[in-house]
Design a protein around this ligand. Structure first.
Ligand code: 6CS
Length: 314
């Protein structure tokens, strides 16, 4: 039989590399086949999620940037400066987190989804048409964010005018001036040529992109024990692969951007310049506790504990 797996990126982008590894493992170890659907083949993230919930798709990769609209607790990933940038610490956190491995799965199940894994996709950077060194520089800047209420709140706190849009509209909106900025990891800024329609990259260090791989719950529960193990093992192999694959990717991607567009500026904000952005974290955290669902507080506290544990291990 054939299992359908959709993701929000192209085949050679991070989610695609993960999906290809998953497919390779499943097909090498069983008679099942995986059919991959990259971004653009089945609609926007919101459309794809409906297909996964209804069982048209067996697997889906969707980041909390979109799932946060469905599962309010998943918005926790948009409290600024919560996640570290250290790659080893992040990998250990995602692998061992009690919040991710125990608290989130029942919340995804309520939406008909079996949460299989979450993994990091890299440091999130702002790309804008004017330079940004302080929140004042974001004043009046229409800044595209994923359709996640807390991410909207976070950019409001940063002083920008957040504009939630599905991914497919971002390039055109920057080109026509409807928006003047967006955020994403370096590999994605490079592969989707965001540098063609923005002139400045700013490393504020406020987040690392998180994504999640899920199965349709009824499909997953209908699998034999053997197939469940097959799926879990393939997820574990793909997780290790994607962590390894991303080593050095941020710097390589920035170098490619600089080569393609020498006039682009890439600015890493100093601790002092970051401070006013960091100062918004408490306010955004408070907003999360308001809008993050019944388990917001439990998830936030557990996540902080898990991060603390991961910082000790790496
Ligand atoms: O900004 C976005 O919407 C997209 N960013 C990434 C890194 N992956 C998929 C997502 O749709």
């Amino acid at each position: 039989d054939t299992w359908r797996y959709a993701f929000e990126e192209a085949m050679d982008e991070v989610q695609g590399v993960f999906a290809q590894k998953f497919k390779e493992e499943i097909e090498a170890n069983s008679d099942h086949e995986i059919q991959l659907f990259p971004f653009g083949t089945l609609g926007e993230s919101a459309d794809v999620m409906e297909q996964a919930q209804s069982g048209i798709l067996q697997f889906v990769d969707q980041s909390p940037g979109f799932t946060g609209a469905l599962i309010p607790e998943a918005q926790v990933f948009f409290v600024p400066y919560l996640l570290p940038q250290d790659e080893d610490q992040l990998a250990s956190f995602f692998e061992n987190s009690v919040a991710i491995n125990e608290l989130f799965p029942p919340l995804y199940e309520e939406q008909g989804l079996k949460l299989l894994t979450m993994f990091p996709e890299g440091e999130v950077m702002m790309t804008t048409q004017e330079p940004v060194t302080s929140p004042e520089d974001l004043n009046e800047v229409k800044f595209r964010v994923m359709t996640n209420p807390l991410l909207v709140g976070s950019y409001q706190a940063f002083g920008a005018t957040p504009t939630p849009l599905p991914w497919g509209e971002v390039y055109g909106a920057l080109q026509t001036g409807i928006i003047q900025g967006q955020e994403n990891p370096a590999f994605f800024i490079e592969s989707t040529k965001m540098y063609e329609v923005t002139d400045h990259i700013t490393r504020t260090g406020h987040n690392n992109f998180t994504t999640a791989v899920m199965a349709n719950l009824d499909f997953y529960e209908g699998l034999s024990e053997e197939d469940k193990t097959l799926v879990q093992d393939a997820i574990d192999v793909a997780f290790d692969h994607i962590i390894e694959y991303q080593k050095g990717l941020t710097e390589e991607s920035l170098a490619k951007i600089k080569e393609a567009k020498p006039s682009i500026t890439i600015t890493t904000l100093t601790e002092e310049q970051r401070q006013p952005f960091m100062d918004t974290a408490d306010e955004v955290e408070a907003e999360f506790l308001e809008i993050g669902g019944d388990q917001a507080e439990e998830i936030l506290n557990q996540l902080k504990e898990d991060l603390e544990a991961a910082s000790g291990e790496s």
